[in-house]
Design a protein around this ligand. Sequence first.
Ligand code: SF4
Length: 217
Amino acid sequence: MNDEQVRAWRWECLAERLLEKMKKRGFNALYAPTEAAAKEAVLSLTPATGVLALLGSQTMNRIGVFETLRQSGRELVDHATQTQGLSPAEAHQYRRRVFTAEAMLASANAIDYEGRLYNIDGVGNRVAPMIYGPDKVILAVGLNKVVRDPAEAWLRARQVAAPLNAKRLSRPTPCVKSGRCHDCQLETSICNYFTIIDRSNPVGRLNVVLIGQDVGY
Ligand code: SF4
């Protein structure tokens, strides 16, 4: 076996364990060993009709799902590209449309060994509809986001995902200078809502494509 094959074997072992755990938690979870397979899996889960909501996800961007959907002519709720020029009140109203979309597509900041999902959100427009909103939620998550337990999950979300997202968004927060969280408690913080999804209710509402690659943060 070469290095690539050995790494792929490790991802598969991890995915096998997680799929079993997540199934017991009501998630419809599946494994895609490559980014191309993940894109295909996400698109096959996506409803053929109705409005789709795209929520901030570098993973979905990286595997090409968002770009494909933006070029598809489908009706989207896509605040990343559609809220420029809107007043804060107008952007707020636009974001609320996620709740009535047919499906939403996003990612998670961490998954623990028991298959629980962890997220930090600034506004709540990503985590709130993930919990109660569209009938279908589709998440793409790289196995690089898998951690042992809740403590490690929050460490990852707080010290890895959040500073990188703040940097990407050029937020005026201390983490964009140091690369680590300072628990800033600023109005400009992107870390306001911390959620754990323990189960999918109803069963199968949350669909999770686990990707055997280091993708997203
Ligand atoms: S410094 Fe503030 S914005 Fe940055 S990761 Fe910490 S809480 Fe979030």
